[in-house]
Design a protein around this ligand. Sequence first.
Ligand SMILES: *Cc1c(COP(=O)(O)O)cnc(C)c1O
Length: 421
Amino acid sequence: MDHFLYKDGVLHAEDVPVAEIAAAVGTPFYVYSTATLERHFRLFDEALAGMDHLVCYAMKAASNVAILKTLARLGAGMDVVSGGEYMRAKAAGVPGERIVFSGVGKTRDEMRLALTGGIRQFNVESEPEMEVLSAVAVELGVVAPITVRVNPDVDAKTHAKIATGKSENKFGIPIARAREVYQLAADLPGLEAIGIDVHIGSQLTELEPFRLAYQKVAELTETLRADGHDIRRLDLGGGLGIPYTRGNEAPPLPTEYGALVRETLGHLGCEIEIEPGRLIAGNAGLMVSEVIYVKSGEGRDFLILDGAMNDLIRPAMYDAWHDIVPVIEPEAGAEQQPYDIVGPVCESGDTFAKQRMMPRLSAGDLVAFRSAGAYGAVMSSEYNTRPLIPEVLVNGHDFAVIRARPTFDEMINRDTIPEWL
Ligand SMILES: *Cc1c(COP(=O)(O)O)cnc(C)c1O
């Protein structure tokens, strides 16, 4: 559920007409709904009620500091995957004890940053990483709390580029080797293993892969405890999918997910952490774009938009589907026609949708890409020297630009010219 609805024939973000934002900031832009972000965070928080838990928002999904602040004030923790994300979490006022550091390639500098600034735990992914982290912690005179990310070898049944829990993926250590790896952690002076971490992929639309993974984590918890390790925290990763098309798709609800967590892991008395990203931010954001031209090709019509693959790369990268809707509500029963919906970038991959049925549109009309809040703005680039598009946050009747569109000068002046030129 989200807060982007037609009211009086115009698409609104909460109580603000989307066309009003377009007039104020220009197109294309991203717009996020505070009420939707808050609702999705609370769904997870409530789904785990009764268990000692922390919902750590996977901020790589949408990392604007204003979004982080919106969630942090509800008590969210943050899951970060880089030093830059760690600094963003800090800038949003999130205390170190609510920040979890994930990722397969943490550098010494990133470890130092987190160990000095405060960290809840590192989710480590390999033995070489453990040895480096231990050495960095010893240098600083501290002990780093860790979980080891185990790879349970389950099929998340999602797009290959976002599946992470199969043995052929680069993530985690094979669960069969967990006992020796925890032994290594116990032997390293700078580490304290406090729990287990697992994250099997993104955009999961069934609970079964989670069940298989969490059952393996439950077994491993008992095995490691029998080996003498004090396993008291389980980080279960993120990955719950969202409906990208209205209607037929119905991924499991956070309440069902919460019930599964209770059923598979509740008896262990561990503190539970989860790291949802997409389900918190995905349906909380739109990308809004204007039709530049309607071009008639051989047997097909193209809608050429001012938004492009550099602004929203998911269709090009993951063959992702986004519902694309006109900002002015079509009349009931309005005639539809198929369009190829494309951006202006010089690549055929700059195609958002092929033969998409849409009401008839003209140059100057606005369209909104739904479910664009996660892995949208954060994955954008300045390819073709197109400025990063603005981000806007709506809260009831209010809206504010939370990242402004850079000027051409700002973009170009980041380049510096060597003295010999
Ligand atoms: C990407 C990622 C997440 C979030 O995944 P979503 O599908 O956005 O919920 C959580 N944890 C880790 C370790 C990740 O890499």
